[in-house]
Design a binder for this molecule. Structure first.
Ligand code: ATP
Length: 367
């Protein structure tokens, strides 16, 4: 029978440092064999949360269970978890095999068994036959794989990863995102990954928790976090967005009409509690806005604005255009990839259009 219980369960986990609350009633479940990321800005409490799971720090209150067993009071070396640190903490004077076998030696496993398991795990991370080589003979990406092998050889139920790609250069980081995700799938082990890099979280995770000031603002799969952010913080932190301060003019069912210094816009906000007269913030992704040369052909109910080009930011496939509407608002719009705007110049007249379902709006008070 398949085990459907979550590998990791946290309930109301809280950590106070004197009068400062670093982690504030955090609750979540991580299903077995899934990749769970905790994403948030510096200082939001990610490391403190991870350290509580690892057992390096005790919670002030709340419960934490791994495979149905409470870990409160269980020392780090008795927990079925292993941790990959940002700086990997490999031993430079030991060869790769000794680094990977270190935890097994601590556990008193027989030498022949250690050698067998080290070779097997190095094979699985795509580094066969390197056991006798020195750590400094490896590239940054290979060192990452050794650090993971060193944890996985201990067969943990949960692998904790503390921003392990943070020290790598951009190109290698892009590559390692894909690699880490496929290693996780191959090992079928539960990964809990902390990062302040939204792209790492979006690419690798089955579920993401977005953390702010010690609390989880939203937990969900990447596409939900990106397309349906629950709060203004999530909308602003994950992905690029134009943020427009506005006032609610009227609410008609799910359709909210807002004004913002001389401009009017409509946003679909089903279930929102916005009321006329309320200050609000509208978030609109650059890729949700269509750039056109005329105002013909707009869809029913689209928000359409006549604009001039303020700047063209060429960045290959991620090129964008800053446009200014007649009320003076600036908006970042993704450059269409068709090539039809390749000759666009500052000062050109263009139109923007976007459907009311493409934006999100929130009461300004929650920001
Ligand atoms: P970063 O991404 O910069 O590592 P983080 O999200 O991991 O940040 P934490 O390291 O968990 O954040 O810190 C959360 C808050 O708790 C910070 O304000 C930090 O100063 C505070 N803090 C962390 N450890 C301690 C401690 N031992 N004593 C007092 N305050 C602490």
């Amino acid at each position: 029978m398949t085990d459907t219980n979550p590998d990791l369960v946290c309930r109301d986990l809280t950590k106070d440092f004197d009068s400062f609350r670093a982690v504030d009633h955090v609750s979540f479940d991580v299903p077995k064999g899934s990749f769970f990321s905790i994403l948030g800005p510096s200082g939001c409490g990610k490391t403190t949360l991870l350290r509580m799971i690892a057992g390096f720090q005790s919670p002030t209150s709340g419960d934490l269970q791994i495979k149905g067993k409470s870990m409160i009071g269980v020392p780090p070396n008795k927990r079925p978890v292993s941790m990959v640190f940002q700086h990997l903490a490999l031993f430079p004077t030991m060869n790769i095999g000794d680094n990977v076998g270190f935890g097994l030696r601590q556990r008193g496993v027989a030498r022949t068994e250690i050698a067998r398991r080290v070779d097997e795990v190095l094979d699985r991370v795509g580094l066969p036959g390197v056991a006798a080589r020195r750590i400094n003979q490896l590239s940054g990406g290979q060192k990452q794989r050794v650090a993971i092998a060193r944890c996985m050889v201990l067969e943990p139920d949960v692998l904790l990863l503390d921003e392990p790609l943070g020290a790598l250069d951009l190109k290698l980081r892009e590559h390692m995102k894909v690699e880490l995700k496929s290693l996780q799938a191959a090992f079928d082990t539960t990964f809990v990954y902390i990062t302040h890099d939204q792209s790492e979280a979006l690419v690798m995770s089955d579920n993401i928790a977005v953390m702010n000031h010690g609390r989880f603002e939203q937990i969900g799969p990447p596409h939900e976090i990106y397309h349906k952010p629950d709060t203004a913080f999530v909308a602003g932190f994950v992905g690029d967005a134009n943020k427009i301060d506005a006032k609610v003019a009227s609410v008609n069912g799910a359709m909210v009409t807002l004004t913002s210094v001389g401009a009017e816009m409509r946003v679909e906000a089903p279930g929102s509690e916005l009321i006329a007269g309320q200050e609000a913030q509208v978030f609109l992704r650059p890729e949700a806005v269509e750039l056109t040369k005329s105002d013909h052909g707009a869809g029913e109910g689209d928000n359409v604005s006549a604009c001039t080009v303020d700047a063209v930011l060429f960045n290959g496939a991620n090129s964008s255009v800053i446009v200014r509407d007649q009320a003076g608002h600036l908006m970042n719009v993704a450059m269409p990839q068709t090539g039809s705007f390749s000759g666009l110049q500052v000062g050109d007249a263009v139109f923007t259009r976007w459907h009311p379902s493409q934006a999100r709006c929130y009461p300004a008070a929650t920001v």
